[in-house]
Design a protein around this ligand. Structure first.
Ligand code: SF4
Length: 375
């Protein structure tokens, strides 16, 4: 019998993994959205030896190995630690919830501020595990505005700003005052969190920020780079954010120097060429890029369907954004989609232009209905 969707109030990490039907989910948080070639190949080997052979790229630009046996957890943590992928202190590991623009360059503001925040993690107050930060101040303009973070450092119209999530304006800061101001805003957030408002967007809805913290207008979001070759290397996507560890290993045999991770299911192969084969999406017009599907059956106890198999079949038939969800929890996408299919028993409900939580326009649809284009 399929279990009801489980709501978990914590973020799993390497030291505190989440148990799934197919084993533990061991998550690592790459520092500065980057790992060296040696770390990446070591991670692939761990995924192949102890996990399912796949590495998930999450919407916080983290990496996770699925399918780890409980008995192997200790050795997996030791291997990841030896690769320099974990903090020695699990508490600091838990606080390192930082999105960094993947297009920082050595010595630029994003690198300087990202490294300073990593050094000063211990000065942050205790916050709910899901609270995150974004260092989004590279020359590209803000690239992470649609990605999850409660407190953001961005290039505003006239310089660096510190901005609370969901606020159209922020506080003017300098490279010297940016991280102290971020710590101050984190303390303000910690002081205003309530049992019903545990993220910045909910907190600012109840408690206005100090006036000077919303004095400077934010810049318009920058356009995300498309897949392809760039001066940094090859930007490719992983279908559904699932990276084939064997295929990634093969990339490193061709001279890739490191990996940059994005929260957009794409990764940058530093110094690499565009790979071929089904493990990566290299074509920016690939319809799979418009599809979100959770891991589904048989990997999740709550799943009513093999979501990703169906999503691959439906991708070329769908025109807009498609979200296929294995149950009503909707893990793969919190935002709206043009078409949302929610598995329930043997059939699917259909929501148009909404989220899994919205009222369906049709229910009881069988996979054959969907494949014949009922939506
Ligand atoms: S949405 Fe998918 S992954 Fe999330 S709980 Fe439901 S079936 Fe599992």
């Amino acid at each position: 019998m399929t279990a009801a969707p489980m709501v978990k109030g914590w973020c799993p990490g390497a030291y505190k993994p989440m148990m799934s039907v197919d084993g533990l989910v061991v998550r690592i948080r790459p520092r500065m959205a980057r790992i060296e070639a040696e770390q990446a190949t070591g991670l692939c080997e761990v995924a192949l030896q102890y996990g399912s052979g796949h590495i998930d790229l999450t919407n916080r630009a983290n990496l996770q190995i699925r399918g780890v046996a409980e008995a192997d957890h200790e050795v997996v943590v030791a291997r990841l630690g030896a690769l320099g992928l974990l903090d020695a202190d699990p508490e600091m590991e838990g606080r390192r919830n930082i999105l960094v623009t993947p297009f920082w360059e050595g010595g630029d503001l994003a690198e300087t501020l990202g490294l300073e925040l990593l050094e000063r993690l211990a000065e942050l107050p205790r916050l709910p595990a899901k609270i995150g930060f974004a260092i989004d101040c590279a020359d590209t303009g803000p690239l992470l505005t649609q990605d999850p973070a409660d407190i953001r450092l961005e290039q505003g119209a006239d310089g660096l700003i510190l901005r609370a999530e969901d606020c159209p304006a922020g506080r003017a800061v300098t490279p010297e005052t940016a991280i102290p101001a971020l710590i101050e805003m984190a303390q303000w957030l910690a002081d205003h969190i309530t049992p019903d408002a545990r993220r910045m967007s909910a907190v600012v809805a109840n408690s206005p920020l100090p006036e000077e913290w919303t004095a400077v207008k934010a810049s318009a979001p920058a356009t995300r780079p498309v897949l392809g070759l760039s001066p940094f290397g090859a930007l490719v996507a992983a279908p559904f954010g699932q990276i084939d560890a064997q295929a990634l290993l093969a990339c490193f045999a061709t001279g890739v120097k490191g990996l940059r991770l994005t929260p957009w299911r794409a990764l940058l192969l530093e110094g690499g060429q565009m790979p071929s084969g089904p493990a990566f999406i290299a074509n920016p017009a690939d319809p799979l890029l418009r599809v979100d599907a959770c891991v589904g059956a048989p990997h999740c106890a709550s799943a009513h369907a093999q979501t990703r198999i169906l999503a691959r079949q439906l991708a070329p038939l769908s025109k807009g954004r498609l979200h296929v969800s294995g149950c009503a929890k909707g893990c793969a996408r919190s935002g709206t989609a043009d078409v949302v299919l929610i598995a329930q028993g043997d059939t699917f409900s259909l929501v148009k232009d909404g989220r899994v939580s919205d009222t369906p326009v049709k229910t009881g649809l069988r996979p054959t209905d969907l494949l014949t284009g009922v939506f």
